[in-house]
Design a protein. Structure first.
Length: 230
């Protein structure tokens, strides 16, 4: 179902299930029209149809942020509508712990392609739509490894995926740079780790960052409801 331009528009990636689905639902309940974006178009459509059945505005689109052609299709679908909220929850996690010294670099490249370059590509692509809103919010849903402001960027040397940890460090760096560059355009950019809370509680933390007032913070990283120093 195509969204009519009567409600602020939100785009949520990785939105077919888990935190992403909860974020999409909460934003719809807050009065946003929601684009449900997911690699699996059928799963995205199922959620969008469910939201529409509940009286919300929603539409679905297949999106792989690592694929420039897929991102271009999304941009065409947005058209000239202003985009008020962008929540990036798409993630690709390694299936086993590994150290940096022994990391599978091909696997690490796949993780970086989604976590860093996919997010970066998507933000660049939809910046015109974000600028049209005049007060847009970008939320990168991240995780603890690589959190800014922590000793050694909290890059652990133990039983975690080195590729995932490094990708998160890079994503937090990108969040800070975008926040500094876009503040004058009214765009607030923050990163949130929902933590181990239930999906609904974690999603609320993400949505709170997506609905910040004009004088709200930007360039921050919040983990489990607690803002970490930069």
């Amino acid at each position: 179902m195509a969204i009519e331009a009567t409600r602020p528009l939100a785009l949520v990636t990785g939105a077919a299930d888990g935190i992403g689905a909860e974020v999409a639902r909460l934003l719809a309940e807050e009065g946003h029209a929601v684009i449900v974006a997911e690699r699996d178009e059928a799963a995205a459509r199922a959620l969008a149809d469910a939201l529409v059945a509940e009286g919300h505005d929603a539409e679905a689109i297949a999106l792989d942020t690592a694929d420039p052609d897929s991102v271009a299709v999304l941009v065409d679908a947005i058209g000239f509508r202003p985009l008020s909220v962008l929540v990036i929850t798409a993630a690709r996690c390694a299936d086993r712990p590994e150290t940096a010294a022994a990391a599978d670099l091909d696997r690490a490249r796949e993780v970086m392609s989604t976590h860093l370059f996919g997010s970066w590509r998507l933000v660049q692509a939809v910046l015109p739509a974000l600028a049209r809103s005049g007060s847009a919010r970008i939320v990168n849903v991240g995780s603890e490894p690589g959190a800014p402001g922590d000793p050694g960027l909290r890059l652990p040397a133990g039983a975690v995926s080195a590729g995932h940890a490094v990708s998160q460090a890079a994503l937090h760096a990108l969040t800070g740079m975008l926040a500094a560059e876009l503040r004058t355009a009214g765009v607030l950019v923050n990163a949130v780790d929902p933590g181990p809370a239930a999906p609904a509680d974690g999603a609320r933390r993400v949505v709170d960052a997506a609905l910040l007032p004009a004088d709200g913070p930007t360039g921050t990283f919040t983990r489990g409801g607690r803002r970490l120093p930069r």
